[in-house]
Design a protein around this ligand. Structure first.
Ligand code: ADP
Length: 492
């Protein structure tokens, strides 16, 4: 079996500030979750370093906001091209650090590049307007201006793409940014620093500060120069950040947790559903805020769907994502396995049944020390079980029976979350009606991965505020100024 190697590092494992590597403080070991092998020792930014990073970003923003939008866009589009040209290196690093299989990592590099490309194009499409004034001889100018310095906080499941969404939108808007990657996956973020410099980004416009959420997050939330905070993380972290940002009245853009319903309508093609659901749940081994968390299936179809899913899930190969032919990798760490395991155990103890478990990773000697969890199909899951109420963040597919579609929709909405959802069926009118009735930021109809740079993506209820992607993604980093003035008249 051939195993891909780590690329040679073109970056250093410490904060990237003002176009250089900055001394960090305490170090943390980054390990490959598939093998537990050490990849790097990363120096974290302490509070004083983050403050310096913010000050550097303040200086850099003064020039960056004055550069033409076309020029700003060009830097972002060149970043997209460089990322794609170096897709293999980035994908190998991402797999080693995060654990997802190489093919998924390569897909994430392309996805990240699509945001640099999209916002590189959108940078030149920031339009204001002139509005009629109620008094004669005057007019309003309405302008959208960069908000200032943006604090960007990202998680470990899509450490490159979640960063790309925020960095590209903030920089396109004319903001400078201080990016704090997740503790467990700082390397892929640090790898972006020199890449963007090569793409022509002036020093200081993007500062990258690995560190603890409680330390870096607090400084970003409290520093008066940071005007926008954009977080992708858990709902609990979003809530903590809102509280920390409250005294300074900061703009917040939050992409938080989910508990996505996946409604299989009675006329759905079950082979298609099984194939799509398997792909969705094996993506980053289910550690995705938009993954299907509750699969509602008609009581008459539950057994058939469970059987088809069992075949698909059993076919998958789990192991070290740097090896060939791997379909799913490990969870991020052992603790995650314990937590997902507890949800499955509680479900089984209260009446659910395990239909299949895939432990193919046990035959991969290189993954002996990895934090793997077996993809699992559960039937007979009820709404009150923890596996249906909590965000699972693992490759578990819980099937929940329904007898009426109206009831399935009602139960699908009985959650404090409202991020993604899925509807599968043959009758598109029925799919459309069900999709409209679901309380969620995005609904995929017969589509397991509806997320693209071109569309706004964001949650409702406790899943978040604001959107990423689309033209809306740029607005998160713009503020509106109105100038009310006399209409100029021709001097005679
Ligand atoms: P996950 O469960 O996906 O790890 P978290 O919400 O714990 O989600 O982490 C997402 C990001 O938020 C990480 O970069 C983490 O360091 C950061 N973070 C955690 N706690 C805080 C906090 N109190 N303030 C700001 N950022 C935080």
């Amino acid at each position: 079996m051939s195993i891909k190697t780590l690329p040679d590092f073109w970056f250093e494992p410490r904060p990237w500030m003002d176009g250089q590597w900055h001394p960090g403080g305490e170090t943390v070991t980054v390990r490959n979750p598939a093998t537990a092998e050490k990849i790097a020792e990363v120096s974290r930014a302490d509070a004083a370093t983050v403050t310096l990073a913010i000050e550097g970003a303040v200086k850099a923003q003064r020039e960056w906001r004055e550069i033409s939008a076309v020029e700003r866009g060009l830097v972002l589009k060149r970043t997209a091209a460089l990322l794609l040209a170096r897709k293999d290196e980035f994908a190998r690093l991402l797999t080693a650090e995060q654990g997802k299989p190489y093919a998924q990592a390569a897909g994430e590099v392309e996805y990240a590049a699509s945001f640099f490309q999209w916002f590189g194009e959108e940078a030149r499409r920031v339009y204001g307007r002139i509005a009629a004034h109620p008094e004669a001889g005057r007019e309003f100018f309405i302008e959208h201006k960069p908000a200032g310095v943006a604090g960007l906080i990202t998680p470990w499941n899509f450490p490159l793409a979640q960063g790309a969404k925020k960095v590209a939108a903030a920089l396109a808007a004319g903001c400078s940014a201080v990016w704090k990657p997740a503790e467990l996956t700082p390397l892929i973020a640090l790898a972006i620093g020199p890449l963007m410099r090569e793409a022509g980004l002036p020093d200081g416009v993007l500062q990258i500060v690995p560190g603890r959420g409680s330390v870096v997050g607090r400084v970003l939330a409290e520093h008066p120069a940071v005007r926008v905070l954009s977080l992708t993380g858990s709902t609990a972290t979003g809530s903590a950040l809102m509280i920390a940002a409250a005294p300074g009245i900061k703009r917040l853009s939050l992409e938080l947790g989910g508990n996505a319903p996946f409604i299989v309508l009675p006329d759905a093609d079950l082979d298609f559903v099984a194939e799509q659901l398997t792909r969705l749940k094996l993506l980053v081994s289910g550690q995705v805020c938009v993954t299907a968390n509750r699969v509602f299936v008609h009581a008459d179809a539950e057994a058939a769907l469970a059987e088809k899913l069992a075949v698909k899930i059993s076919d998958a190969r789990l192991g070290n994502g740097l090896a060939d032919g791997i379909d799913a990798g490990p969870l991020i760490h052992r603790q995650a396995c314990t937590e997902v395991g507890a949800l499955v155990e509680q479900a089984v103890a209260t009446g659910a049944r395990i239909v299949c478990e895939n432990r193919s990773y046990e035959s991969d000697a290189t993954s002996r020390d990895g934090s793997f969890f077996p993809p699992t199909v559960l039937t007979g899951v009820r709404d009150d079980m923890r596996v249906a109420r909590d965000e699972i963040f693992g490759p578990v597919i819980p099937l929940l029976r329904y007898t009426s579609v109206t009831d399935a929709v009602r139960r699908a909405n009985e959650t404090p979350y409202g991020l993604a959802s899925y509807v599968y069926g043959r009758d598109l009118a029925q799919c459309r009606a069900v999709a409209s009735a679901i309380e969620a930021g995005i609904v995929g109809v017969n589509e397991w991965r509806p997320l693209k740079a071109e569309i706004p993506f964001g949650g409702i209820k406790q899943s978040g505020i604001g959107a990423e992607g689309g033209e809306e993604g740029l607005r998160e980093f713009l503020e509106t100024q109105v100038i009310s003035m006399p209409k100029p008249v021709i001097a005679s």
